[in-house]
Design a binder for this molecule. Structure first.
Ligand code: UD1
Ligand code: CA
Length: 482
């Protein structure tokens, strides 16, 4: 059966979330590369609703600003005072008008909810011809939740909040997820009739069920197969638990698609990450944002990639890369730090203790050890010796360095930008290069060595060095005599 498209999805996200103990509004806390509210919006969006509405209230400017960036298709409705879930829905309908068709109401703090479960709710709602269908779950510990009250035939009578429940009702394990499919016209009428005559003095959306039933309409429940999915996040312990569940789901999807994940317990992958087949992800790896890893690549151990591209067959070990582009069969690390704007060509290398920023490295070029390259263009087949520094910053401005194809930069060269090392040119080890080196030339920029004879014997008399020198010099004298 095809899933009926809802006329609207209303995501309630106006509450403060005091138990997070945070300056950040609850729904903007993040897991797997997405905020809580954006997880629910993503699951809702896939249903193809006519309207996507988010109720905001607490820290509304921050939440509104966030949604404008991540979810421009969502309409934010402001609920100035949080006078209950029923009041939140009433506020929406007063602002956008009555919505004809199915209205799905859900929360911004239920990040594990799957589109498939929402679709099942909508299907059952439509096929049973209900005025409202509530998503419920049997939970081991229903403390804090509203309980589903059914009659002896199993029909749903009402939802009673924990605080309003008697001991018998509290013993019920079937909880209200807070997610419902409503007939929009009936909802608009019923939500106006909800009173705040209860222990919390709030307008309970849950009361709409009893109201509609009282009017003689069909009220149903859809029992979720997996209660973990309907659990909200209220504190940071629950946030961490949800993150682990979501991460495990993502890892399983990648593994089923051909990715070897050596240690799922220490690997963290954001929702936006794409990974090709026959890749290997080693322990302690974190893949963030829009990172892409192409087929046959190997990443980790202990590697963190953010918005980074890793080409086919590339290897990245023990490294941190942020907005970097690593070409096919390139080799990174161990212990490289590739910062934004790093682009490594095919089969190139950024090796051990190498940092790069805004630097393009051509095909097969190597920066194997202990170097910093910033604001540079390195051609193809170049070799950058150990301890080379691209001196890009004069304290005020950044300058560019160009190292052309086939160049060989000697160890411990300081390339003081702006400067160019020409095609096939060399620099002598230990040089400080301030002038361009023409193609094929050897740039030497260092003082000639001068040895001060017997300096140690005079100036360091009595040390182990002086003793060693004396022995060697005596042996030399001895040899001369023979
Ligand atoms: C609500 C349900 C309860 C259910 C539980 C599931 C009611 C009366 N009770 O209880 O049956 O088991 O959810 O988690 O609906 N919100 C607003 N504006 C408001 C009040 C709430 O936007 O004025 C939002 C909150 O941000 C939150 C959600 O609605 O995301 C639920 O509100 P909350 O106060 O946590 O309801 P519960 O007491 O948990
Ligand atoms: Ca709650």
């Amino acid at each position: 059966m095809s899933v009926p498209r809802p006329a609207a999805v209303i995501v309630l996200a106006a509450g403060e979330g005091t138990r997070m103990k945070s300056q950040t509004p609850k729904v903007l806390h993040e897991l797997c590369g997405r905020t809580l509210v954006d997880h629910m919006l993503a699951a809702s969006r896939d249903l193809g609703p006519g309207q996507l509405i988010v109720v905001i209230g607490h820290a509304l400017e921050r939440v509104r600003g966030h949604l404008a960036v991540t979810s421009p298709d969502a309409r934010a409705v402001v609920q100035r005072e949080q006078r209950g879930t029923g009041h939140a829905v009433r506020t929406v309908l007063e602002e956008v008008g009555t919505i004809a068709g199915t209205v799905l109401v859900t929360y911004g703090d239920v990040p594990l909810m799957r589109t498939q479960t929402l679709a099942t709710l909508l299907e059952q709602h439509a096929s049973d011809g209900n005025a409202v269908t509530v998503l419920t779950a049997e939970v081991p510990d229903p403390t804090g939740y509203g309980r589903i009250i059914r009659d002896e035939t199993g029909d749903v009578l009402e939802i009673v909040e924990e605080k309003d429940a008697d001991a018998g009702q509290r013993a019920i394990k079937e909880m209200n997820s807070g997610i419902y499919a409503f007939d929009g016209l009936l909802l608009a009428d019923a939500v106006k009739r909800v009173s705040s005559d209860n222990v919390q003095g709030e307008e309970y959306l849950t009361d709409v069920l009893a109201i509609l039933r009282g009017d003689g309409h069909r009220v149903g429940a859809c029992v979720a197969g997996d209660f973990v999915e309907v659990e909200g996040v209220n504190d940071r312990v629950q946030l961490a638990a949800a993150r682990r569940v979501l991460n495990q789901r993502l890892l399983e999807a990648h593994m089923r698609a051909g990715v070897t994940i050596v240690d799922p317990t220490s690997t963290w992958i954001d929702v936006g990450v794409r990974i090709g087949p026959d890749t290997v992800i080693h322990p302690g790896t974190q893949l963030h944002g829009d990172t892409v890893i192409e087929a046959g690549a190997e990443v980790g151990p202990a590697t963190t990639l953010t918005d980074t591209f890793v080409g086919e067959g590339a290897i990245v070990r023990n490294s941190v890369c942020d907005h970097a582009e690593i070409g096919p069969e390139a080799n990174v690390g161990p212990y490289a730090y590739l910062r934004p704007g790093t682009v490594l060509g095919r089969r190139s290398k950024a090796g051990t203790f190498v940092e790069m920023k805004n630097t393009k490295v051509g095909e097969r070029s190597k920066v194997p050890h202990l170097s910093y390259a910033g604001d540079a263009t390195i051609g193809d087949d170049a070799n950058i010796g150990a301890s080379t520094v691209f001196v890009n910053y004069d304290g005020v401005n950044k300058h560019h360095t160009t190292v052309r194809d086939g160049a060989f930069v000697g160890c411990d060269t300081m390339l003081v930008a702006p400067v160019t090392v020409g095609d096939g040119a060399y620099t002598a080890a230990g040089s400080t290069i301030v002038d361009d080196v023409p193609p094929g030339a050897m740039g030497v920029a260092r003082a000639r060595q001068r040895n001060i004879e017997k300096w140690v014997l005079r100036r360091r008399a009595g040390t182990k060095s002086a003793a060693a020198a004396e022995r060697a010099l005596a042996e030399q004298e001895q040899e001369k005599k023979q």
